[in-house]
Write a protein that binds this ligand. Structure first.
Ligand code: SAM
Length: 256
């Protein structure tokens, strides 16, 4: 997959993407990342890339012409691609959006700066807009890096074990189960015995139960959208029963 990133800070963008999973995707040429700087398309010697907003106000707006020319250059270098703007008022980026993007051959990510980009360019040049959350960052670079990382994990052959992404939170609409490593027994608690049993089916059921339970506790909105199988309903009922019993036990202890 090829991702072209439009950014005023190409030397900064992607520094964190050079390591680990995404770094491996780039090394293996499963992912090609190219940065383009609108400043290289500015018409004056100073490389001006901001402009005053019509109507006044404190902030600046990304200048239209360098951005348009930058996007035209990207298009003439390799054909059509979905162009996605990073914007706080975009659609919420989630695992499903990452999955859809990971099936494309090419993607252009546009990082805004200042107050953003001219609304006419949004209409004319952007196919979609994505937000990483209900807060405002100073630029689209961090959001674009989030998108690239989430998408890269889903590209074939990128994760060590093919199953890893499948077991991640959100992949199948549930949060991930808890994970444990050595020591088996510590002054901070014991590893759940089932994980030491070597019984694959019991481990699978325990993990599914924990995923369902954790989603019920922390993200009930995800469960409301889910069509649960009979096994999932039973496991969640068990989890809730055990959880409630634990709560009652704790309340009794406190009352004593
Ligand atoms: N004036 C804009 C507003 O209030 O919606 C904020 C502009 S922000 C300072 C500059 C750029 O950062 C935006 O154009 C966008 O590219 C990026 N950005 C900031 N927050 C973001 C978010 N939550 N998701 C995606 N992009 C974001």
């Amino acid at each position: 997959m090829r991702v072209d990133v439009v950014t005023l800070f190409p030397e900064e963008f992607g520094k964190t993407l050079g390591y680990g999973v995404v770094g491996r995707a780039i090394d293996r040429r499963v992912l090609e990342l190219r940065c383009w700087n609108p400043r290289d398309f500015a018409s004056d010697e100073r490389g001006t890339v901001d402009d005053r907003p019509f109507g006044g106000g404190p902030g600046m707006v990304l200048a239209t012409e360098p951005l348009r020319q930058c996007l035209a250059a990207i298009r003439s270098d390799g054909g059509t691609a979905t162009t996605a703007l990073l914007a706080p008022d975009g659609k919420r980026f989630d695992q499903e959006a990452a999955r859809i993007m990971s099936q494309r051959d090419r993607l252009v990510l546009v990082c805004g700066r200042y107050e953003g980009i001219d609304e006419r360019l949004v209409a004319a040049e952007m196919d979609e807009a994505w937000s990483v959350g209900d807060y405002v960052l100073s630029g689209g670079e961090l959001p674009a890096a989030i998108v690239v990382d989430a998408v890269a994990r889903l590209l074939p052959g990128v994760l060590g074990k093919a199953a890893s992404a499948v077991e991640d939170s959100f992949f199948d609409g549930l949060l991930d189960c808890p994970h444990y490593t050595r020591p088996e027994h510590g002054d901070f608690g014991d590893v759940p015995p089932v994980l030491l049993s070597g019984h694959h089916e019991q481990v699978r059921r325990w993990r599914l139960k924990q995923s369902l339970g954790r989603t019920w506790q922390r993200r009930p909105d995800l469960l409301r959208r889910r069509r649960m199988s009979k096994e999932e309903r039973e496991l969640l009922a068990q989890f809730i029963e055990e959880y409630m019993a634990g709560q009652t036990g704790r309340a009794d202890e406190e009352a004593r």
